[in-house]
Design a protein around this ligand. Structure first.
Ligand SMILES: [Zn+2]
Length: 268
């Protein structure tokens, strides 16, 4: 019969693999042997630099993604919102939940910049990209996924709206992902930038697949190729991001310590 529902159909495999991955991690501990018993936590009063050091520690040691949010107020003060713990390959946190967390821990001041970030730990990348175990944590990059780039604009918009509904103005939102090497800032291309490159909206699955492959090649190349040349591959990857309507900028953890707070894509 044609219409038999087949529980072994390929569409069901990813969920199954994820489950197996999670079970393996919890049974074996973690491949790098220095998982932390406690979840990542950035104290509200930590500086930007202290928060970035904690982020770097988390992506190297923790098995799960985290949502982290840095808030710069218009009066020059800043706070870190409560950290939200996710699962292996994702962290779920609505902009509304993030804003409520900020208002519970801070004052109702005008927010100049809200840095809406999440982590891409070594462990989840090893699983997601089926990488060989035994890789040294921190030796590879995990830039924003297609999904990250496609929800970024919407997250920013909803953050501003959620804050407004609670009487707080948010002047700008910056999207970023922290990987084992540093911070990837990302945003949608402006209308002007789209015109410059004659950008066409993503229309086919093939275009999405092309991007996914480029991202995967970058991750795996940086992890395992002895001839991986960051500046050349980074340039090529930036073009792939443009093709999906996104601009990215990578800042290493060393440079993050020297740059200003949450500088975003457009800082030079
Ligand atoms: Zn991500």
């Amino acid at each position: 019969m044609e219409n038999l529902s087949d529980t072994r159909s390929p569409e069901r495999k990813p969920a199954l693999n994820l489950k197996v991955g999670l079970t393996a991690l919890s049974l074996l501990g973690t491949p790098y042997g220095h998982d932390r018993a406690e979840a990542m936590e950035i104290p509200p009063t930590a500086t930007w630099q202290e928060g970035m050091r904690e982020t770097e520690k988390s992506v190297l040691a923790d098995a799960v993604e985290h949502k982290i949010t840095f808030v710069q107020y218009a009066d020059g003060t800043s706070i870190w919102a409560p950290t939200i713990k996710g699962v292996l390959q994702q962290v779920t946190s609505s902009p509304e939940k993030v804003i409520t967390g900020i208002l519970n821990s801070g004052e109702k001041n005008t927010i100049q910049t809200l840095c809406d970030m999440h982590t891409h730990p070594s462990h989840s990348a090893v699983n997601e990209f089926s990488m060989p175990t035994g890789l040294v944590a921190g030796t590879f990059y995990v830039p924003p996924s297609f999904g990250d780039t496609q929800v970024g604009f919407l997250r920013s918009k909803r953050t501003v709206e959620a804050a407004k509904a609670l009487g707080v103005e948010v002047q700008s939102v910056v999207q970023a992902a922290g990987d084992p090497k540093g911070i990837w800032y990302y945003r949608d291309l402006t209308e002007e930038e789209k015109k410059e490159i004659n950008f066409k909206e993503i229309a086919t699955q093939a275009e999405v697949d092309r991007f996914d492959q480029a991202q995967k090649d970058f991750v795996i190349g940086s992890a395992s190729s002895p001839v991986f040349n960051f500046s050349i591959e980074y340039q090529k990857l930036q073009i792939e991001y443009q093709r999906i309507g996104t601009k990215v900028r990578f800042v290493s953890y060393a440079d993050v310590q020297k740059e200003g707070q949450c500088t975003g894509v457009d800082s030079k």
